[in-house]
Write a protein that binds this ligand. Sequence first.
Ligand SMILES: NC(=O)c1ccc[n+]([C@@H]2O[C@H](COP(=O)([O-])OP(=O)(O)OC[C@H]3O[C@@H](n4cnc5c(N)ncnc54)[C@H](OP(=O)(O)O)[C@@H]3O)[C@@H](O)[C@H]2O)c1
Length: 251
Amino acid sequence: MLGRELVRRLQDQAEVRVLTRRPPRGPGFVQGDLETGDGLTAAVQGVDAIAHCASAADYRRPQRDVIQLRQLLDAVGSARPHLAYISIVGVDRASVGFFRAKLEAERVVEASGLPWTVLRATEFHDLLLMFLMRLAKGPIAVVPRGSFFQPVDVGAVADRMANLVMAPPAGRVRDLGGPRVEAMEDLMRAYLAAANRRRRVVKIPVPGRLGAGLGLGEHLLTDGDRGSVTFDEYLRSRANVHGVIEDPYAH
Ligand SMILES: NC(=O)c1ccc[n+]([C@@H]2O[C@H](COP(=O)([O-])OP(=O)(O)OC[C@H]3O[C@@H](n4cnc5c(N)ncnc54)[C@H](OP(=O)(O)O)[C@@H]3O)[C@@H](O)[C@H]2O)c1
């Protein structure tokens, strides 16, 4: 999601090489895999900067992202490109495994010996939409009770990342989040209305650390910059001519 938007923004400003596990889609694409290490040396050879936007997005084994980052650093070897890394707002506050692994990845970046930049962003609109669609699959729509999100437009994150990766290394920069903090039930109602679907919205308690963290808002901006696109505006832009909204992560 982010990588694609970032590449669009960088192509006019730089010679861009894109690491992907898929067959190359054109010039500049390098097929490789952060899990196995295949293709990484070719991908990073001679580059001035790396924007690391890949993630296994594996909530059961979040350590995979840390292992993959180490593979990337191994491939860089003794070269010293600028490493720009995208992280998540609140990784130092929330204690769920995925956030803890993300914080560990930040620390690996900082200790890498490379010049580095880390940007933390809140959840993208697209991710929230994917969650909402899954939560509304059945006859009722369920949402975690007492949870709030501050979704941000991926375009705003890509704009910021593009500027950061082209600029000198800046360390940890100001966090970036969405314009509004919104209750999950309101986001669900907005989605159902935009998709013209009728569902009763049922709030369910989420047990454990995840539920507690969601209630405390550990993943919301405390200080930082805000994008301008609201979730409602995003939803309108996602509906096709038939009013159908598709899962943005289904590819
Ligand atoms: N989504 C959010 O709400 C959010 C919020 C804040 C921060 N972030 C961070 O932003 C980053 C990007 O998130 P996203 O939502 O854009 O993720 P995404 O759409 O799931 O994209 C991640 C990409 O990583 C690549 N990838 C995965 N495994 C790989 C592997 N083994 N080797 C090489 N490439 C691999 C894949 O590209 P190919 O399919 O082309 O191989 C995949 O499309 C992540 O680090 C995430 O933690 C996300």
